[in-house]
Each structure stands twice: as structure tokens, then as C-alpha cells.
Write a new protein. Sequence first.
Length: 166
Amino acid sequence: MVRVRIATITMDSSNSAPVVLLRPVDEDGDFVGDRVLPIWIGHPEAMSILLGLQEVPSPRPLTHDLFVGTLRTLGYTLEQVQVTRLDGGTFYAEIVLFGPEGRIGIDARPSDSMALAVREGCPIYVCEAVMDEAAIVPEPADEDEEEQLERFRDFLDHVDPSDFIH
């Protein structure tokens, strides 16, 4: 298993679907290597993952918060999340719990698993075979793109909201 961390969530420009990008990390949680594992997810799960990453409080528990609360009430902790296989373009995952019945694994969608993991701060792992099959190594950005990005950042740093008022 390869330990990974959510690098970002982006949108697929071809179909506006959210894509979570997972990158391998070392024992300190720092990104290592060039591989990126893209997993397409639904909009509600993307929002839930982002809310969990940003630790945004909700006045009422959202679905993943409710699930975590239920686990705690029943005496279970979420130990880790594992993306275990890829079959026909569909990723499969398992949440690993520890509690009164010992250690148990439960089949889950990767998106739900990650939404739980970010709330509990537990590690995410991907089977090496899945990484080998589905991970990509992004091409480095062109210098022109880097320059454009730098100019845009500079613009954002110096823009005055009144510039947009007619």
C-alpha cells in the first residue's frame, strides 16, 4: 500500500466533474515523487471533502459528520482508508475501523472514505497495483503558463475592488 494525501480537488474541464488528486507522501506526510492518482467523484462528495479539509463547522451534522459521530458513539475509530482496486474504471475502497469487535473493514466508495478520513485525520492508502494502473505523471507546465500564472497572481495581489465598479 502507498500512503497518499489529497493534493487538491479540481474540475474536469470536459464534463465539469470534480476530480480528487491523490499524491504519495512520506512518513512525515510530505509529497514525494511525481505520480498523481485522479479519482472522479460526485459534486456532493467533493463539497463534503472540501468542508472537511477546511474544517468548516456546520450548524447541523452533515452526512459524513453524522457517520463519524455514530462510529464514536458505538466505540469505533476510523483507523485508515484504503483504495483497494480498480475494476472497469470504478475505484473501490474500504474503511478500516477499530472498536469493540476488533478491527473490521467495510466496503465504501473512495469519495465517502476520503470525506471521513479528512474529518478524522486518518491516513489514506492506495494499493500499489491501483497506483501502477491509474496514476499519471503530469507534464511540467510550460514556462509561458508559469509566467501567465505569475502575472495573474500579481494582478490578484494588487487589484482594487473599486476597479470593477462602473
